[in-house]
Design a protein around this ligand. Structure first.
Ligand code: GLP
Length: 245
């Protein structure tokens, strides 16, 4: 079943999504959260940190698994997703470092890293709630258009459009890694609940295609139509082409 929550703007979207995540933490303090990077979830993490600071949230038993990481970037690189997660969430709450999992982009054997990451998720008992953003081409994690829906954690070649979209964070487009390690769509779809956040007019068209169009690997997010517990929180601009209350 798909639930859609409409938000007025980015701030409202962030607050509504943070509410859903914090409810998950409150009902199951040792839950496994699947976390995402990108600009979209930054406001959610800021809200969770604010509630933690007010003593309304406790991360002591929370476990996390992140979606993806650039191949070749160490955690010390400011553009790595390790760095992002530390900056935006992990260094600001009482989560245990041993409970935090992010695929490594610098393992000597990347194929082994993929298998081990998948094992970690299984050993944790699977993901209770997976947070997702959506790329401008409909990608989720780093599963680019054309990705097979059944894949597990694997290495991908980034689409040119993704390299273009993400170059804003790097000094120069040549610095953007060409490859990434990502949970596959098969991994994501096994999460018990999925929460996607989308904002902005520039994603309105692809969001409409993803949620109301054909389910096709050309729009990776379209698979979410088939997830049994999928929630979207999006702002007015992103929902502007859809008829949603
Ligand atoms: C990256 C991440 C995705 C994210 C996407 C959208 O490619 N791998 O997980 O959803 O960016 O990013 P933004 O939220 O900045 O639009």
């Amino acid at each position: 079943m798909m639930k859609i929550y409409r938000a007025h703007d980015y701030q409202d979207m962030s607050r509504k999504a943070a509410n859903i995540l914090s409810a998950q933490i409150i009902i199951k303090p040792d839950c496994v959260l699947g976390l995402a990077t990108g600009s979209t979830p930054i406001g959610i993490y800021a809200q969770l940190v604010a509630w933690y600071n007010k003593n309304d949230l406790d991360f002591a038993k929370v476990k996390t698994v992140n979606l993806d990481e650039y191949v070749g970037l160490p955690a010390s690189n400011e553009q790595s997703y390790h760095y992002f997660m530390n900056e935006n969430l992990f260094s600001k709450v009482n989560i245990k470092r041993t409970n935090v999992h992010i695929p490594s982009g610098i393992a000597t054997d990347m194929e082994l890293e993929c298998m081990e990451y998948e094992n970690i998720i299984d050993e944790l008992g699977g993901i209770d709630m997976q947070l997702l953003g959506m790329g401008p081409n409909g990608h989720i994690g780093f599963n680019e258009p054309g990705s097979c829906f059944t894949r597990k954690t694997h290495i991908v070649d980034l689409a040119e459009s993704t390299i273009e979209a993400n170059k804003r964070f790097f000094d120069d487009v040549s610095m953007v890694p060409r490859k990434a390690i990502t949970m596959g769509i098969g991994t994501i779809m096994k999460a018990k609940k999925i929460l996607m956040v989308v904002d902005g007019e520039k994603k309105a068209k692809v969001l409409k295609r993803a949620l109301t169009g054909e389910v096709t690997p050309e729009i990776p997010a379209s698979i979410l139509q088939l997830h049994p517990d999928f929630t979207l929180v999006a702002d007015d601009a992103a929902l502007s082409l859809m008829n949603v209350e």
